[in-house]
Design a binder for this molecule. Structure first.
Ligand SMILES: Nc1nc(=O)c2c([nH]1)NC[C@@H]1CN(c3ccc(C(=O)N[C@@H](CCC(=O)O)C(=O)O)cc3)C=[N+]21
Length: 301
């Protein structure tokens, strides 16, 4: 039986990933004169979103890519945003387009995402990418599930035989951006996958069946320690800002301290899945640039 209480170093893994991406960006530049370009569009002035978008821009530049950020006022019309996306789609210098979510209430995020060229949809949110992932075709895979799978596989290799096949996976959360694509990825790895949500009956007992437990509900410390099966692998996707003793703190969807001694390995928040999301976004942008220029797509990193 493997040891318990191992903390998965998502920050360190993401750092290594970014270094390998930087190497590939340098090669692409030297051999093909190509610098991948990611454009991030943000509508409105939500302070948390702005900090996040600023970090993304800096990380993009740090791996040698071009980063452009377009800030639109909160009262921008949907038509104007769709027009901008059309222009970015047509601009061959732009390889990746990310429209920061959530959008203001007067816009339909599905309609906006649908307007993005699927080949430039580096979030992997377009129905074409979601559908391609579901049927097993090449697709741009959403960054958070992809980064989560990388950490999970690495932890399984470190603490076990590295094999996901036949494991029971429970994903708590059914969003299009995390829960559903995570389920597709784990199905591809031959897990037995259950997606739980707010209407699930007896969630604690269901979670206790999970060899792999993925928490993506967006509620601070929602998953209790005694919901975690002895020896489980726990991936905490939640990023919740809460106030403790007058100070802002970020916590996950799992009660980390209570889950830690039960889990074989668990991701912390922060420095778990979050940094992997950004690293995977950069890798998706690099791969998109290669596809758009008819160049071979580099393999796994
Ligand atoms: N179209 C779109 N695509 C996204 O991928 C997207 C989005 N919209 N809207 C907002 C969410 C949120 N998100 C995060 C990614 C990384 C961290 C991250 O790196 N967090 C660090 C630092 C946390 C901190 O200290 O603030 C960590 O967890 O260690 C956080 C949040 C991507 N999102």
């Amino acid at each position: 039986m493997s040891a318990r209480g191992n903390i998965i170093d998502g920050f360190g893994y993401a750092k290594g990933l970014r270094e390998r991406i930087a190497g590939r960006v340098a090669t692409l530049k030297a051999e093909h004169g190509l610098t991948p370009c990611l454009v991030v569009v943000i509508v409105g002035e939500d302070p948390a979103s702005q900090i996040y978008v600023k970090n993304k821009g800096e990380t993009t530049k740090a791996v040698g890519m071009e980063s452009r950020t377009i800030v639109l006022p909160a009262d921008t019309t949907e038509a104007d945003l769709l027009k901008l996306i059309g222009e970015l789609n047509a601009d061959t210098g732009v390889n990746g387009i990310l429209v920061q979510l959530p959008l203001p209430a007067h816009m339909s995020s599905l309609k906006v995402i649908d307007a993005i060229d699927p080949l430039k949809d580096v979030d992997g949110f377009h129905v074409q990418n979601a559908g391609r992932l579901a049927v097993g075709l090449d697709a741009i895979v959403p960054c958070t599930p992809l980064g989560s799978l990388m950490l999970l596989k690495d932890a399984l290799k470190t603490h076990d035989d590295g094999n996901l096949s036949g494991l029971n996976a429970v994903i708590v959360g059914r969003s299009n951006i995390v829960g559903k694509p995570m389920a597709q990825l784990l199905l591809n790895e031959n897990c037995t996958v259950t997606i739980a949500h707010s209407r699930t009956a007896n969630l604690p007992d269901l979670c206790r069946t999970a060899d792999v437990l993925v928490a993506a509900v967006g509620r601070p410390k929602f998953i209790q320690g005694d919901w975690v099966k002895d020896g489980a692998y726990v991936i905490d996707v939640g990023i919740n800002r809460i106030e403790v003793d007058g100070k802002n703190k970020i916590v996950g969807d799992v009660d980390f301290d209570a889950a830690l001694p039960r889990a074989t390995a668990i991701t912390p928040v922060p420095k778990g899945v979050g940094p992997m999301t950004i690293a995977c976004l950069l890798n998706n942008t690099l791969q998109a640039a290669c596809v758009q220029h008819g160049l071979p797509v580099p393999g796994d990193l």
